[in-house]
Ligand binder design. Structure first.
Ligand code: FNR
Length: 183
């Protein structure tokens, strides 16, 4: 079976280390998995006045999630929590009432930071948010990646063999997790 994965990268910047991590994970995925990247930058701040006639960018995000077999969050940590752009996207995905796209959607959560904490606090907050929305999240292994210069090369290859093997193990668990929920 083929699996489409909605990928939400919580950083909007071009040189994002989390975007690099997403691209590196994409290379480790088996051939039956396709990454479909969400575009978070042009989604306006959530406004409940607009939830029944939502902006096209928010509707496109919801359609992407709805059509995917699973979702992958690749998140930076901003001030010890989830970046605002990511929380905004999650909020649109829950609305309007009765149209929560996260419910029963299997998710994976990973993140990269220059610090040794590796986005652990942001990921814990993200787990709380997604649990409330009914999204079953893969628990372990957890990927708190400390990004170092050259760890991911320009072609999105992981240059450290141990890190590559660890992330490959995570990919295998994640794909099996998504498969469990596929109908
Ligand atoms: C950060 N950074 C950061 N890092 C961290 O480990 N814990 C934190 O709480 C924060 N807080 C934080 C707030 C804001 C507003 C910025 C801009 C940055 C540093 C962050 O990990 C670093 O900038 C990463 O490179 C961000 O990921 P991307 O954008 O490269 O994917």
């Amino acid at each position: 079976m083929k699996y489409d994965i909605a990928v939400l990268v919580g950083s909007l910047r071009k040189g994002s280390i989390n975007l690099q991590l997403a691209r590196a994970l994409e290379k480790l995925m088996p051939d039956n998995v396709t990454f479909k990247y969400a575009s978070l930058a042009d989604i306006p701040l959530f406004n409940q006045d607009d939830e029944n006639n939502m902006p096209a960018s928010a509707a496109a995000l919801k359609a992407l999630i709805a059509g995917a077999h699973g979702a992958l969050f690749v998140t930076p940590e901003h001030n010890r929590s989830v970046p605002a752009a990511l929380k905004n996207a999650i909020d649109w995905g829950t609305r309007p009432w009765g149209q929560n796209n996260w419910n029963n959607k299997p998710v994976g959560i990973v993140g990269a930071s220059p610090s040794a904490a590796g986005t652990a606090l942001a990921q814990q907050h993200l787990r709380n948010i997604l649990a409330a929305e009914g999204a079953p999240a893969l628990t372990t292994p957890e990927v708190f990646l400390q990004m170092k210069e050259g760890l991911i090369d320009a072609q999105f290859n992981i240059t450290n063999a141990d890190t590559k093997a660890f992330l490959q193990g995570w990919v295998d668990r994640y794909v099996a997790w998504v498969a469990k929920f596929a109908t």
